[in-house]
Design a binder for this molecule. Sequence first.
Ligand code: PAF
Length: 284
Amino acid sequence: MLEILYSQADVHQHLAPLRAQGSSIGFVPTMGALHIGHQSLVEASKHENAVTVVSIFVNPRQFGPNEDLSRYPRTPQTDYDLLHELEVPYLFLPSESEMYPADFAIDYQVGDKGKHWCGKSRPGHFQGVAEAVARLFTLIQPDKAYFGQKDFQQTVIVQDLIHTLSLPVKCVVCPTIREPDGLAFSSRNRYLNAKDRTAAAFIYHSLLWAKELAERETPVESIVQIITQAFENYPAFRLDYFGIANRNNLTPLTGNVTPETPAIALIAAYLGNTRLIDNLPLNA
Ligand code: PAF
């Protein structure tokens, strides 16, 4: 039976006794429009914890003024059915006023790791993510929280948040789940028309290509140039960014990627109005 919790009081009523009896709480924060990627996070949480809580909250603070907040996919019934089928015991469905009461303030500023890549293209995005995640962690008080590797920069920001605020929660990063042609599962994939959906596979293929080039000792500057040029030759796409970063601090890398370099290729590209992101560690 899937119990829906709407408020801090509901959360306290249901989770405090479980916590008191020593049950570990796994938490999967989401914005809904659930897909197989989310399912894998739920399964990991269920495997490692006595109790799993999933939240669905489309967080306005992480959308810029010209972004897709109003058209962000909302599929409440299919989300509910999936969580029910997965035998998740609790769904937290806060309202905006429950998430951000008038007196809610968070004394936390996302640092330099939020300035590159998606942070550059979407100013304020990671501050909004950090505020939502901090609030959710405070309400749910999970032992472990599960995030997908697809949102790599987000996982780094969340790990920093946990570290800086000394929150007693472990961030578990789960592998990206892909369609058979390599496209990473994302709630935004459902925006794509058939032609763009076919083209979308090139995002992952470009990452594999970058990995192959790095393995052949191609300098990062040349890899970036080759991949950027390939997107310029592919009219369906508008490349937002492609780059290779140090995966510990997200700063752009230059020169050769050695087996010791903690390198990750990161990409964001538009197909029509749909912005898709992906990434691939280059030597992991
Ligand atoms: O990854 C998401 O769905 C969101 O960024 C999150 C972590 C739920 C915060 O709103």
